[in-house]
Design a binder for this molecule. Structure first.
Ligand code: SF4
Ligand code: SF4
Length: 355
């Protein structure tokens, strides 16, 4: 059952084309169904009974990165991801979601991560901060997790990592909407973090988003400070605890990942990290709140070919900027961008560059 609030947003979007040029999925597929407007129209038609909510409609609702570029540009404050997420719940409940999506959901429910494997342990027992690694870094981009821990060590920060880090709920929430299963994952995660009693440094901005925005709404607030790893490391640099490195002579551009850019409006820390790592900081035309998505780990899980095209398009942005390196501190961005690094360009993990 789609909420009245979500339907209100869908009804407003269905006649509007004003943000279609910003949708990274529509850019790559060129299909009308991939505009935010079309998804609003589909949901409106399903609600009015003029079109069945069938597998094709469900498929359309999954051809979206939940990147919020549409929301960010909307002069009238409408939010396509709000109704797209609820449409995903509808698809799952009615067994209409694509098979590849259901596989990820089953994995997340059975093992706590979309990969369906045992999450490696980065367990360490420091006393200053608790680092939340997240499933994407832990399983797919482990070097970034290790590099963040090495940066903290270098700055004299004693970090703890939970031995059995629970899922934050963000992956499941993106796959099936904010259902009871997601709230249960959130509560278990908040309980484990609160038991540690330390300020939390969150490596993946996707995890940080759900912790800071949804946990309080669901009554499972984290009782200590929750900080993105980028903001935390930038503070270490500003305070002199982490020394700047010598210049590399390389010009790099920072990729602002979707949720840092549009949920947190956090742009300065990653650039401070880039400068401290010795890069000359250039810029891509599409940046900060307007940064184009390069894909997400969850979307890569069920539509890898499309995500690779979306990542390749972000590399085209870098080529146009004239910079030699794409700089990122996001495990999800690193995962997607690493699929198609163009010849002569470098993908840089900023934590590695700061060690
Ligand atoms: S989000 Fe705003 S700009 Fe985009 S389709 Fe909806 S109403 Fe139009
Ligand atoms: S959230 Fe992103 S991918 Fe989804 S419709 Fe909006 S702009 Fe397109």
């Amino acid at each position: 059952m789609i909420s009245q609030n979500a339907l209100h947003h869908a009804e407003k979007c269905r006649f509007c084309w004003m943000c279609r040029h910003l949708c990274p999925v529509q850019h790559q597929t060129g299909r009308e169904v991939n505009t935010p407007r079309a998804k609003g129209l589909l949901l409106s038609m399903a609600n009015k009974g003029t079109q069945p909510f069938d597998k094709d409609m469900a498929q359309a609702m999954y051809e979206c990165l939940l990147c919020d570029a549409c929301t960010n540009d909307c002069a009238t404050g409408y939010q396509p991801p709000l109704f797209i997420r609820e449409a995903r719940t509808e698809a799952v409940v009615n067994e209409l979601a694509p098979e590849a999506v259901m596989k990820l959901i089953d994995n997340a429910l059975e093992t706590g991560n979309i990969y369906g494997v045992e999450k490696p342990s980065y367990g360490q027992d420091g006393t200053d901060v608790l680092v939340y690694i997240g499933e994407v870094a832990a399983i797919q981009v482990p070097q970034m997790a290790k590099n963040l821990l090495a940066v903290l060590k270098k700055a004299g920060v004693s970090a703890k990592v939970l031995a059995n880090e629970p899922a934050s709920g963000v992956m499941l929430g993106d796959l099936m909407g904010y259902t009871e299963e997601v709230r249960q994952q959130a509560k278990a995660c908040a309980d484990a973090i609160n038991a540690a009693g330390l300020p939390v440094v969150v490596l993946d901005s996707y995890d940080a988003e759900i912790m800071k925005q949804k946990y309080p709404e669901w009554g499972c607030e984290i009782k200590t400070d929750v900080t993105t790893a980028t903001a935390y490391v930038a503070k270490l640099i500003a305070s002199g605890k982490l020394e700047a490195k010598a210049g590399t002579g390389v010009q790099g551009a920072c990729h602002d990942d979707d949720r840092l850019a549009r949920t947190f409006h956090e742009f300065a820390p990653i650039r401070a990290m880039a400068k401290a790592a010795g890069y000359e900081v250039g810029e891509m035309f599409s940046r900060e709140k307007l940064a184009k998505s390069c894909g997400t780990a969850v979307a890569y899980g069920y539509m890898p070919a499309l995500v690779e095209k979306i990542a390749a398009s972000r590399w085209e942005d870098l080529k146009r900027s004239g910079c030699a390196a794409m700089l990122t501190a996001s495990p999800q961005a690193y995962l997607c961008l690493s699929l198609c690094v163009p010849e002569g360009k470098a993908l840089v993990d900023l934590y590695a560059a700061l060690v």
